[in-house]
Design a protein around this ligand. Structure first.
Ligand code: UD1
Length: 415
């Protein structure tokens, strides 16, 4: 198990290039099985989740070529295969093989997905949606067998605008006869990225990025090409790093409208930033102001940026409150922030942060991906040395985090 060692207090200056979005890439790869011949996906981040998704592609007899951050997938000899539990459980996004395989083979055998332990994370909305499309579901322990003689287009209302369910149902609906309408669909940029890929392959999808998405079933999709959007959560994390300890730290490759909610909060707590096309430069905030944040579905403040932002609020003079409305249990990182000297306390879904507190380097533990990122940020500003254990979580979501931070002046290494 790898650890990260960080010596705190070193100013960050220079440029960090943002990678392709993890949450887009992990859906684009399963979506590629819908292509008749081949697909190319550009700007794919080199992170562990991608490695496991590619292993699943190989099981399905797809030929994969990787060159830098471009993945080419040849699906011309694709064959059905069930997805073994050890692969399904390596990540959350394995569930996209449910929708994609249903569209392609009218069948999928797959286990409950893995991913960060940040709440119950049921997949009932995915399953209910599949049932509406005519899918029969058998569950034995952790394993789901999904089958359909044929998929039939339907009107599906999601009780919650779930990112995963929206993408999964969009994928399955491609293989349906007739029209599917997803109402109360999630509007996150990742959904627009996936829809653009499917449309490029010949699918008929309208409304992606709004709360009503219409999908016309399409018999066979051709080849496709797509570039993964820049990662808005990675960009947010490094902008927060800049607000904590940056000196003209430039974050390169940002789509501003994807991170407006985070930028607004940065300004509210005292940051100023400069924008030059898709580059944003930011420096350490002299006096951080407290703030109240409520996580919401897009375009609200993203839950994935909540934990990194908590580290910034430990430096605010006064009391800040974070209300987490998406997950039940997303404050585990605060236990370790408190070990480092932060004063935070949570009750249900409400976190209170009292600052300003000096953070001191300690041996701590990354309990989940974004929580781990919040600890990296804490390590960057802490007095002394911070060792973060269980960093696999962090490396699952941030491409080259160590090299990127070293390049701008951080003293960080993997040990
Ligand atoms: C995706 C992202 C994750 C992000 C989240 C919200 C991926 C691989 N992961 O996760 O980084 O934090 O969106 O932006 O893209 N829910 C149900 N039943 C369901 C589905 C979801 O109750 O069938 C609940 C979940 O438990 C959670 C909430 O809805 O409380 C949000 O989940 P969802 O939007 O589906 O997130 P994920 O797709 O899991």
């Amino acid at each position: 198990m790898s650890k990260l060692k960080i010596e705190g207090g070193h100013e960050l200056t220079g440029t960090i290039k943002i990678s392709g979005a993890k949450n887009s890439a992990v859906a684009l790869i399963p979506a590629a099985i819908l292509a008749k011949t081949s697909s190319t996906i550009l700007n794919v981040p080199k992170i562990n989740d991608i490695k496991y998704l590619i292993e699943i592609m190989k099981l399905l007899n797809c030929r994969i070529t990787i060159e830098d951050n471009t993945i080419s997938i040849d699906t011309s000899k694709i064959k059905y295969h069930q997805i073994p539990e050890e692969l399904s459980q390596m990540m959350r996004a394995s569930y996209y093989y449910m929708g994609a395989m249903l569209a392609k083979f009218k069948k999928a055998e797959i286990s409950f997905p893995g991913g960060c332990k940040i709440g119950n994370r049921p997949i009932d909305l995915h399953l209910k949606g599949f049932q509406k499309l005519g899918v029969k579901i058998k569950q034995e322990k952790n394993k789901y067998t999904l089958t359909a003689k044929e998929l039939i287009g339907a009107k599906i209302y999601l009780d919650f605008a779930s990112v995963g369910a929206t993408i999964n149902l969009m994928l399955a609906a491609i293989g349906a006869n007739g029209t599917t309408i997803i109402e109360n669909a999630a509007k996150e940029p990742e959904i627009v990225n996936i829809a653009a890929f499917l449309i490029n392959m010949g699918a008929h999808i309208t409304g992606a990025g709004t709360s009503t998405i219409t999908i016309e079933g399409t018999k066979e999709l051709d080849k496709g090409i797509i570039e993964v959007f820049p990662d808005r959560i990675e960009a947010s994390t490094y902008l927060i790093a800049g607000a904590l300890i940056g000196k003209n730290l430039t974050i390169d490759g940002v789509i501003k409208e994807h991170i407006n909610a985070v930028l607004d909060k940065l300004v509210e707590v005292g940051a100023t930033y400069k924008i030059d096309n898709n580059k944003i430069s930011i420096s350490k905030i002299k006096k951080v102001k407290p703030s109240n944040i409520k996580t919401l579905v897009y375009p609200g403040f993203p839950t994935d940026a909540q934990q990194p932002f908590t580290t910034l609020l430990t430096q605010a003079e006064g009391t800040s409150i974070i209300t987490e409305t998406i997950y039940e249990s997303r404050f585990k990182n605060t236990e370790y922030l408190n070990m480092m000297g932060a004063k935070t306390e949570y009750n249900g879904n409400t976190l209170t942060i009292t600052g300003k507190t000096e953070l001191i380097g300690k041996e701590i533990y990354a309990s989940d991906l974004r929580g781990g990122a919040s600890l990296v940020l804490a390590g960057l500003i802490a007095k002394g040395t911070t060792i973060i254990d269980n960093t696999e979580h962090i490396l699952r979501g941030y491409e080259d985090i160590v090299t990127k931070l070293q390049k701008v002046g951080a003293k960080i290494e993997e040990i």
